[in-house]
Design a protein around this ligand. Structure first.
Ligand code: C5P
Length: 206
């Protein structure tokens, strides 16, 4: 069984995907980490994110072992990911890894932006998770504060809006719900309620 969970930045899809994976006994892939790792590899070497050739080389040489680096969770890596993820050769270089992860029994839960539309259009279950930009900024602020990072909620909201704009308007695999995705708006739901709603979707479709 393949469960595709897509949605915008800080929509809660990552937490949801982890919980769904644990509940249904499936491996989980956070596909955003792949793009974050590509961006971070450039940032760490002082290479401009605009250097599409270097970004493609980093995507081709990506080592799955690098995905555990805590630096990938930073805002800088996330914002950088949304720049390099617009380059079609970067997306192409990361395609096989994601498809193979999904194709390996017993299946997978993969969260991202284009899992239901491009990576796994055949997924049995597709969920598109949304929440208002303000609520997403609140959640991201809480999460960063919890990790001891200094945060400015207004700046986070601006970053979330900029990222939405880039992710929805790029020509390569833009962020949008698959035609057959179930929409899940978590603006008014806490993590437990969001999990219950997602599990109900999985049970209805699987
Ligand atoms: O989900 P996360 O915030 O880690 O994603 C970081 C960035 O990576 C997103 O803003 C998006 O531009 C890109 N991304 C993507 N396709 C995916 C997952 C992430 O383009 N499947």
């Amino acid at each position: 069984m393949i469960i595709a969970i897509d949605g915008p930045a800080a929509s809660g899809k990552g937490t949801l995907a982890r919980r769904i994976a644990a509940a249904y006994g499936l491996p989980h892939l956070d596909s955003g980490l792949l793009y974050r790792a590509v961006a971070w590899s450039l940032i760490a070497r002082g290479v401009a994110l605009e250097d599409a050739g270097q970004a493609e080389a980093a995507a081709r040489g990506l080592d799955a072992a690098a995905l555990g680096d805590p630096a990938l969770r930073s805002e800088a890596a996330g914002a950088g990911a949304s720049v390099v993820s617009a380059y079609p050769p970067v997306r192409a270089a990361l395609l096989d890894f994601q498809r193979q992860f999904a194709a390996t029994p017993p299946g997978a839960v993969i969260d991202g932006r284009d899992i239901g539309t491009v990576i796994c259009p055949q997924a049995e279950v597709k969920i598109f998770v949304t929440a208002s930009p303000e609520e997403r900024a609140r959640r991201r602020t809480r999460e960063l504060l919890g990790r001891g990072e200094a945060v400015d909620e207004a700046a986070i909201l601006a970053d979330i809006r900029a990222r939405d704009e880039r992710d929805m308007n790029r020509s390569a695999a833009p962020l949008k719900p698959a035609a057959d995705a179930a929409l899940l708006d978590t603006t008014a739901l806490d993590a437990d309620a969001a999990f219950a709603a997602a599990a109900a979707i999985v049970d209805a479709r699987a």
